[in-house]
Design a protein around this ligand. Structure first.
Ligand code: SAH
Length: 399
């Protein structure tokens, strides 16, 4: 099996002993991130911009000051307001009182969007699934989910995914490439403009629950989060940014160390045997190792959100709720129960309303804070686990 080339710091942790992930066989070669990232303004947070300016000859403090002005100019506005393209020429920089020494390095960066809208699929429930096309033709999906008080955007972190969960359409694609930070940020820029155009509640909530495994692209995800939560730039509250992982255990501590965002972990089964059967990651990182890493790394006052997709007669028995409650005991957490959406494995179906209610009641009865995520955007393939823009748009439907 050929394992696709993956930049070192964001490689999924596939070691000897891991079961082969079938989706990887189909993966196309990755475009090296280093060849692409960094040439766009939105690929930089204030710190990486300051570093670039320091290399262009500025002192550390001048570089930091200019970087702050630039992110404010390019990305700062009232939260939720549409963001017109920033003026970006020597005159605009001079108006910001940016010295001539910094102009060449800054103006070499492209302030424009790295993505364009390839398809809009509005759902009956007001959810809007977007297919976005990157400059190299790669297709990703984002889902805009309006709520009464605020709108949520579900963002993608990779083109495809290497993790090959049995119930997830994205997992079937394999990993094509990483997204650059700017391509993550640009999903938000596009969605902000659309949310304003639709006159719904402003976009104030971000969930990294679209295509991809964020912890397999943690460097770019963290850089995007820093720009998105920078009070000079996009001003998202860190408590309104949630990163969801399959449970890449060795990235949990770095995540908590470097991001103030919230963490969600997809558990989806109450024991190792069943988890491993549907989530190949569990062969490398057991549920005990996952719990230990969470207990050790979670900063005081933070809690984790466990996602538990409910599959009919697979993981939805009352005894499974007991096992799940025992597992989460001792961790500050909430459990989000998600009736499964139709995915690639026809044997994994949603439970009946009765079984769902019984499971939730049993779990809550153990004192576990339990939420139910009602599916949104299912009719347009925009619900959890259904995002597969590449497959839908590029490949003709099987006859
Ligand atoms: N790779 C990350 C983020 C993307 S998936 C992760 O797995 O956490 C976001 C959520 O959708 C996860 O909790 C996942 O378990 C859930 N999901 C995947 N397929 C689903 C399906 N068919 N029905 C319901 N939820 C699904």
């Amino acid at each position: 099996m050929r394992v696709p080339e993956i930049p070192e710091e964001s490689a999924p942790d596939l070691r000897a002993g891991d079961p082969p992930a079938p989706a990887q066989v189909a993966a196309r070669p990755l475009i090296r991130r280093s060849a692409r990232a960094g040439a766009r303004l939105a690929d930089h947070d204030a710190a990486s911009l300051a570093e670039l300016l320091r290399q262009a000859g500025g002192t550390a403090s001048a570089a930091r000051a200019v970087a702050g002005k630039v992110v404010r100019h390019a990305f700062g506005a009232e939260p939720g307001a549409p963001r017109p393209a920033p003026a970006w020429d020597a005159g605009a920089l001079a108006a910001l009182e940016v010295g001539a020494w910094a102009h060449e390095a800054l103006l070499a960066l492209d302030p424009g969007l790295s993505l364009e809208i390839a398809e809009r699929a509005p759902s009956e429930d007001d959810t809007l699934r977007l297919v976005l096309r990157a400059r190299d033709g790669a297709l990703i999906e984002s889902v805009l989910i309006p709520g009464p008080a605020r709108t949520t955007l579900c963002v993608s972190s990779q083109v495809g995914c290497a993790r090959a969960c049995a119930f997830c359409e994205t997992g079937r694609l394999g990993l094509a490439r990483q997204l650059a930070a700017g391509e993550i940020v640009d999903q938000v820029r596009i969605a902000q403009a659309l949310a304003a155009e639709r006159r719904g509640a402003p976009l104030r909530n971000l969930v990294f629950m679209g295509m991809g495994e964020p912890f397999d692209n943690l460097g770019e995800v963290l850089k995007a989060i820093r720009l998105l939560t920078d009070p000079r730039a996009f001003r998202f509250a860190p408590s309104h940014v949630t990163v969801s992982t399959v449970g890449v255990v060795d990235k949990i501590e770095p995540f908590f160390r470097e991001a103030r965002a919230e963490l969600a972990v997809s558990l989806n089964a109450p024991d190792d045997a069943r988890r491993q059967a549907i989530m190949p990651v569990n062969a490398r990182f057991s549920m005990a190792a996952l719990k230990e890493a969470l207990a050790r790394s979670m900063p005081p006052g933070r809690r984790v959100l466990f996602e538990y997709v409910l599959f009919d007669r697979y993981n939805d028995a009352p005894e499974d709720a007991d096992l799940l409650a025992a597992y989460v005991t001792g961790l500050r957490c909430r459990v989000n129960v998600i009736p499964c959406n139709p995915g690639p494995d026809p044997a994994l179906r949603p439970p009946s309303a009765e079984r769902l209610d019984a499971f939730v009641a049993r779990l809550a009865g153990h004192g576990v804070t339990t939420l139910v995520r009602r599916p949104r955007g299912r009719d347009v393939g925009g619900a959890c686990g259904q995002l597969a823009g590449v497959a839908r748009v590029r490949q003709p439907a099987p006859a």
